[in-house]
Ligand binder design. Structure first.
Ligand code: NAD
Ligand code: TYD
Length: 362
């Protein structure tokens, strides 16, 4: 007879990375796991991302805010949770510059609520935790700040130096997780990942924004000189890394996750335009719209971090994880997904998004 079915509590599973992670986990484990997805469905959370799993018996969606202690306590009280994978966050740097408070609320206070509830549910009287209970806090490389010199990388030992309200709030949440590990021996891991791209990414972020605008012949806004560098990772590789850290990682450790795929923003924009031109058929009316002439340099982001680059040595040597999707392949898969999901894009860019776009790029 098989043992008890393992139960995952995923927060923020209706967002970009969370929904990709849930799809990955069901593809990998099928009916052998149960997933409970707690998501407040902010502008960034979209139940459509999970349509293909919503009727599974081993999947439950709960609409709740992670800052709502009673709601989170109830989830732990009613379910024997083995693993927490904590994605829920406000995730967009530009929004954090315009409205920092909600970032502190969700990212810092929300993480405190998650930690407290998990600890209350799991900790035994003698301060130990049952075997197999694990909390994984999903974080970002942006907590390490901005690299200014060529050849420098972020290691797990790099001091934290966040520079945007977003990265400061994520750094705050990481510190709370570290405090729980040190103070209560709380069974957790932190992963700090570089920029992700792929299906279901909200078009406020660079890659889907450029794809969406280019296909409509709209201007392609490039901040500053376009030479800021990000280290891009295909989202499925991130999902796999998270699973491998929970399966094979040492408790209490931080693991950096990155693709060794550094590119300047302007290179990304050029690659997207070239790939769109290759992939669109001659008789597709959008083909004539896609052009490098759409590239428009706009005012730089305030405090714009120059370069991020992860050294993924630790996760490779300890756990055996490596990125599998090369950028040329990943960007084609991503564009193909957006081609096949035009309605998804239409739905997420109607309403609230229009208002954001107009204010942001005015
Ligand atoms: P996202 O903005 O696409 O999704 C966030 C999800 O969290 C949404 O479904 C939203 O509804 C939910 N949410 C927000 N506030 C909530 C609240 N108070 N209570 C419950 N749910 C709430 O974000 P993403 O890009 O998928 O990022 C997920 C996580 O990964 C974040 O913690 C982010 O910091 C981290 N991360 C992102 C990247 C990236 O490139 N996108 C890279 C490294 C780390
Ligand atoms: P983004 O996707 O917002 O991720 P992050 O800021 O978390 O790295 O931005 C990626 C890079 O692209 C960043 O250097 C800012 C830049 N950028 C633009 O040049 N134009 C845009 O319209 C956006 C959204 C981002």
């Amino acid at each position: 007879m098989r043992g008890k079915m393992r139960t995952y509590l995923v927060t923020g599973g209706a967002g970009f990375i969370g929904s990709n992670y849930i799809h990955y986990m069901f593809r990998k484990y099928g009916d052998d796991i149960r997933i409970i997805n707690v998501d407040a469905l902010t502008y960034a959370g979209n139940p459509e991302n999970l349509k293909s799993v919503e009727n599974r018996e081993n999947y439950t969606f709960i609409k709740a805010d992670i800052c709502d202690k009673e709601a989170v306590e109830k989830v732990f009280a009613q379910n024997d949770i083995d693993r927490v994978v904590h994605f829920a966050a406000e995730s967009h740097v530009d929004r954090s510059i315009r409205n920092p408070e909600v970032f502190v609320q969700t990212n810092v206070l929300g993480t405190a609520v998650m930690l407290n509830c998990a600890r209350a549910a799991w900790e035994r009287e003698d301060g130990s935790y049952p075997e197999g209970k694990r909390f994984l806090h999903v974080s970002t490389d942006e907590v390490y700040g901005s690299l200014e010199k060529e050849g420098e990388y972020f290691y797990e030992t790099t001091p934290y130096a966040p520079r945007s309200p977003y990265s400061a709030s994520k750094a705050g949440s990481d510190m709370l997780v570290k405090a729980y590990m040190d103070t209560y021996r709380f069974p957790a891991n932190i992963t700090n990942c570089s920029n992700n791209y792929g299906p279901y990414q909200f078009p406020e972020k660079l890659i889907p924004l450029i794809i969406n605008n280019a296909l409509q012949g709209k201007k392609l806004p490039v901040y500053g000189d376009g030479k800021n560098v990000r280290d891009w990772l295909y989202v499925e590789d991130h999902a796999k890394a998270i699973d491998m850290v929970q399966e094979k990682g040492r408790l209490f450790q931080t693991y950096n996750i990155g693709g060794h795929n550094e590119k300047q923003n302007i290179e990304i924009v050029n690659i997207i335009i070239e790939t769109l031109q290759e992939m669109l058929s001659e008789d597709d009316p959008r083909k004539a719209l896609v052009s490098k002439e759409l590239i428009t340099y706009v005012e730089d982001r305030k405090g714009h971090d120059r370069r991020y680059a992860i050294a993924p040595d630790k996760i490779r040597s300890e756990i055996g994880w490596e990125p599998e999707t090369m950028f040329a392949e990943g960007i084609r898969k991503t564009i193909a997904w957006y081609f096949a999901n035009e309605e998804w894009m239409r739905n997420v860019t109607s309403g609230e998004y229009q208002k954001y776009y107009e204010e942001m790029y005015r």
